[in-house]
Design a binder for this molecule. Structure first.
Ligand SMILES: Nc1ncnc2c1ncn2[C@@H]1O[C@H](COP(=O)(O)OP(=O)(O)OP(=O)(O)O)[C@@H](O)[C@H]1O
Ligand SMILES: [Mg+2]
Ligand SMILES: [Mg+2]
Length: 293
């Protein structure tokens, strides 16, 4: 099979592992920098021009699209879709996952557990917004933040008001969310491939930090998920339309609550924590779905 990994940097752990896992299974792999692809559209069919020639005869692509290049990255993924190339993450799924508000809207329609979340365009009524989100403390989040940046805990009404005003002044869009204190600064990352949880870890924020992101100094351990947690992660990935996804959940008194579904989940944290070959699972998912000519 001929597989393309859409990645801006072939030295990244996730990119290297996907290339390695594909080669181990006898496939031809090429790392393609999606930002260097030209999209060509005409009556005779869609094409992609890259590095001096046209991309041809790819059976599948694995998009690893960074949050800062969602627009161009998903346009390239869509072009591959138009060229009938199998993609591990569809352009629609990536777009759904990128914006926390859109993602939570899609999840709530399926009745999936979530921290109560409020979004407003009318920021003068902070009192009501905070009350609707369960009262202070509340969590404020930039819609397109990652790695825990742009996620703030407002301990009281006044703090919530000043943070909202600051974000609004910067024309940044934020959601206001119920703070789940029982999570105790930890969350669960469930890695879903093809309707199954293939690996899971619990991440704990460093001392005095409510955000558990590894990039913010958190640490991770392997965790055995409950059947309810597994079912929630699988349902969330389906709702968003992603066969491969990193689903982040909080453990709460009312069961697992989904925070977000990531479409290009990092492999380093999950593989190093669990010792599992997650990259191999992704390649095998492609093998099950692509009939080579
Ligand atoms: N409502 C909440 N209640 C308690 N803790 C929360 C809440 N929302 C987020 N957190 C904590 O903050 C962390 C970062 O939040 P979130 O995952 O929404 O942001 P992110 O920046 O998109 O992270 P990622 O890099 O995983 O995409 C979570 O992993 C969790 O530990
Ligand atoms: Mg995220
Ligand atoms: Mg997260």
């Amino acid at each position: 099979m001929k597989i393309g990994v859409l990645s801006r940097n072939e030295n990244l752990y996730s990119t290297r592992r996907l290339v390695e896992a594909a080669e181990e299974r006898g496939h031809e792999v090429k790392v393609i920098d999606h930002l260097k692809c030209n999209i060509e559209i005409e009556q005779s069919g869609p094409r992609l021009y890259y590095d001096g020639s046209y991309l041809e005869e790819f059976d599948a692509v694995i998009p690893r699209i960074g949050a800062s290049v969602t627009f161009y990255g998903t346009a390239v993924v869509r072009q591959f879709e138009m060229m009938n190339v199998f993609t591990v993450a569809g352009s629609r799924g990536i777009i759904h996952s990128r914006d926390k508000l859109r993602c939570l809207q899609v999840l709530s329609k399926e009745g999936i557990g979530l921290p109560k979340t409020v979004f407003t365009n009318y920021s003068k009524d902070v009192k009501h917004v905070v009350k609707s989100a369960g009262g202070a403390p509340v969590v404020l989040k930039l819609l397109e933040g990652t790695q825990g940046l742009g996620v703030v805990l407002a301990e009281n009404q006044n703090a919530a008001q000043s943070v909202l005003e600051a974000f609004n002044g910067l024309k940044a869009r934020v959601i206001v969310q119920e703070f789940i204190h029982e999570a105790k600064g930890a969350d669960i990352r469930a890695f879903v491939v093809d309707g199954q949880v293939v690996g899971a870890m619990k991440r704990q924020g460093k001392e005095g930090e409510f955000r558990s992101n590894l990039h913010r100094g958190g640490s991770s351990v392997v965790i055995e998920l409950t059947p309810e947690e597994k079912a929630t992660a699988i349902l969330a990935s389906k709702a968003v339309g992603l066969a491969v996804a990193g689903v982040d959940m909080l453990q709460s008194e009312r069961g697992p609550l989904v925070l977000e579904v990531n479409s290009s989940p990092g492999l380093q944290g999950i593989e190093k924590t669990t010792g599992l070959d997650i990259a191999g699972n992704i390649i095998e998912y492609i093998e099950r779905n692509v009939v080579t000519k």
